[in-house]
Write a protein that binds this ligand. Structure first.
Ligand code: TYD
Length: 206
């Protein structure tokens, strides 16, 4: 049987990396056959594309190029990693996926939903996630919690207005039944518990 596909989304500072670590430990402990991957990246070629996208020296990169690079990295990741794992019946957990493109490039950059849909048609037609978990905290709250941002790569160094727009972009995605918000303003442990409950309620894990 084909495996399930779960993606995680969130704004910078939402605590996504910590939660993914917890989930990985839980899945391992529970003996569940899974892989954990990330976007942009997840395969050698896609990780190289990631380096180009996030390179701080490419200030001249146009929005369309950025969106297409994310989409290119995604197709390669699907063919090399996601598709084989799903076909082998594994649970695939991915840190960011096409919804990041909707929120960051489609909404915050202003390229629009249709453009993102068209360049991601391959992913959307064949590899729509079974469940997407959005770690819900506004960028302002996340920033305050983190005591400031790292501002290292090309995306992180965008101003607060951009990140607020990204959040608004994510809010538009609530129209998809697979897109579930988890309030992550509490402690790490509280959020981890909510995520596990959701994974169970959605029959992703037993
Ligand atoms: P990363 O360091 O993985 O960010 P995070 O730890 O916040 O997940 O960098 C990925 C960056 O790329 C992040 O700023 C979000 C952005 N991104 C897009 O803009 N569009 C996309 O389609 C994807 C997958 C990521």
């Amino acid at each position: 049987m084909r495996g399930k596909f779960v993606t995680f989304e969130g704004c910078e500072g939402s605590g996504k990396s910590t939660q993914l670590r917890y989930i990985g430990e839980y899945l391992k402990g529970a003996g569940i056959d899974f892989i954990m991957s990330r976007e942009p990246g997840g395969s050698e070629i896609s990780e190289d594309i990631r380096k180009i996208i996030l390179n701080g020296k490419y200030t001249a990169m146009c929005d369309e190029c950025e969106a297409l690079l994310y989409a290119a990295s995604r197709v390669q990741h699907i063919k090399e990693v996601i598709e084989p794992a799903l076909a082998a019946g594994k649970l695939v957990v991915c840190d960011r996926y096409v919804d990041s493109s909707f929120a960051y490039q489609g909404y915050a950059r202003g390229l629009g939903e249709e453009f993102i849909e068209s360049i991601n048609a391959f992913a959307l037609k064949n590899y729509t996630p079974d469940l997407t978990i959005f770690l819900d905290i506004s960028p302002n709250e996340a920033f305050a919690r983190k005591h400031g941002a790292d501002r290292t790569d090309r995306m992180e160094s965008q101003g607060p207005e951009f990140h607020q727009k990204v959040y608004e972009g994510y809010m538009q995605l609530k129209k998809y039944p697979r897109f579930k918000c988890v309030d992550c303003r509490g402690t790490k442990e509280e959020t981890a518990k909510k995520i596990l409950e959701l994974l169970k309620a959605e029959n992703i894990i037993g």
